[in-house]
Write a protein that binds this ligand. Structure first.
Ligand code: AKG
Length: 355
């Protein structure tokens, strides 16, 4: 990526503090009690241990908007395999990677010029969807009907990337179903309350590579943002750099990598579904001048035709809906299109639908 182009430079107030403190007390949730649970029946096994998990997850979603999970059931070898293949893929020359480059027509594949909040990120990515094909609106504009199909673009090299990605996505599907079941129960809803959103889902996985950066005090790997979807499950390597804005005091704190754990973020859709009982968390990624960093977020997103709005069960006269319904598909494709370029206007956010 060469030296630092002004396109990467953050405004002064958003520049990272390279000496940021590691966060203390981030909820660490042990999912061992769910071992053997099959998500296909949509029910979480009933036991005192699971009840404890439900309470822990509810508390974490309220107080932090994120947490770490261990003993999650995703086999370590599947994670190691996708991490290995990702390194191989990004280790190639730009020309090779550009053969599967994302563009205005093909939303998936390799991309190295993403902007977050209109500042370029110091990273390169490879995106693939979980559902093949993934159906989305043809246009983000209201009144323009019609849908298109997104299909994944797989590179010839490394030859094992596709299989590693597909296997990993299947494992993450199982985990996200378990987590959504626990989250539903923590809200007093049936464990299968969110199952309908798995059919025709628009979930995707991103391979992130953050190369060493000559000016880590000026640029960010990913600028501050909240995830627009429902839930994100992130695998990060041992380099570190993920920061979250702690709710209790608004400080940016570093999330220490824990071997084999996943970080789970509440996204904006859950914030809306719960009428703000649960909050999405702002986060960003610092880079460093020495080491490459890799991470793999899995973004759980509902079908494009979902009208996102506070759930009826969680609202009443005393707690009326705080958001107008919005169409997820239009929001999602609008956001994807925005990431292609620096805009003069603020990209679409859920606060635009706040009542
Ligand atoms: O790399 C990370 O730790 C976080 C990545 C992230 O927030 C994103 O890709 O949206």
């Amino acid at each position: 990526m060469g030296e630092v182009d002004p396109a990467f430079v953050q405004d002064v107030e958003h520049r990272p503090n390279l000496a940021a403190a590691q966060a203390e007390g981030i909820p660490l949730i042990d999912l061992a009690a769910l071992a053997g649970y099959s998500p296909s029946d949509g029910e979480v096994a009933d036991s005192a241990a699971v009840e404890g998990l439900v309470a822990e997850i509810g508390e974490a979603c309220k107080e932090w908007g994120f947490f770490a999970v261990v003993n999650h059931g995703v086999p370590a070898e599947k994670r190691e395999r996708i991490e290995r293949e990702a390194r191989e893929f990004f280790g190639q020359g730009l020309e090779e990677k550009k053969k599967v480059r994302r563009d205005e027509k093909r939303a998936l594949g390799y991309y190295e010029t993403e902007h977050t909040k209109n500042v370029r990120d110091w990273k390169e990515v490879f995106d693939f969807t979980v559902q093949e094909p993934t159906v989305v609106p043809a246009s983000p504009n209201d009144g323009e009907e019609g849908v298109i199909e997104w299909t994944n673009q797989w590179p010839e090299y490394p030859p094992g990337l596709r299989e590693a990605c597909e296997e990993y996505a299947q494992e993450l599907q199982k985990l996200v179903r378990k987590l959504m079941g626990l989250i539903a129960r923590s809200l007093g809803l049936p464990a299968n309350r969110f199952d309908e959103f798995f059919k025709d889902q628009t979930s995707f996985v991103r391979l992130n590579h953050y190369p060493p950066c000559p000016a880590p005090h000026l640029a960010l790997g990913v600028g501050r943002h909240k995830d627009a979807g429902a839930l994100t499950i992130l695998a990060q390597d041992d380099v570190g750099g993920l920061e979250v804005k702690r709710k209790s005091d608004g400080e940016w704190v570093l999330v220490k990598p824990i071997p084999n754990a996943f970080i789970v973020n509440v996204g904006d859709i859950i914030k809306v579904w719960t009428n703000e009982a649960y909050d999405s968390v702002e986060h960003r990624v610092m880079v460093n001048s020495e080491k490459d960093r890799f991470s793999i977020p899995f973004f759980f997103n509902p079908p494009h035709y979902t009208m996102v709005q506070p759930l009826k069960e969680l609202t009443d006269e005393r707690n009326p809906p705080k958001y107008r319904p919005y169409n997820w598909g239009k929001f999602f494709v609008g956001r994807k299109a925005n990431n292609f370029k620096k805009l003069d206007v603020e990209p679409l956010q859920i606060h635009h639908f706040r009542i």
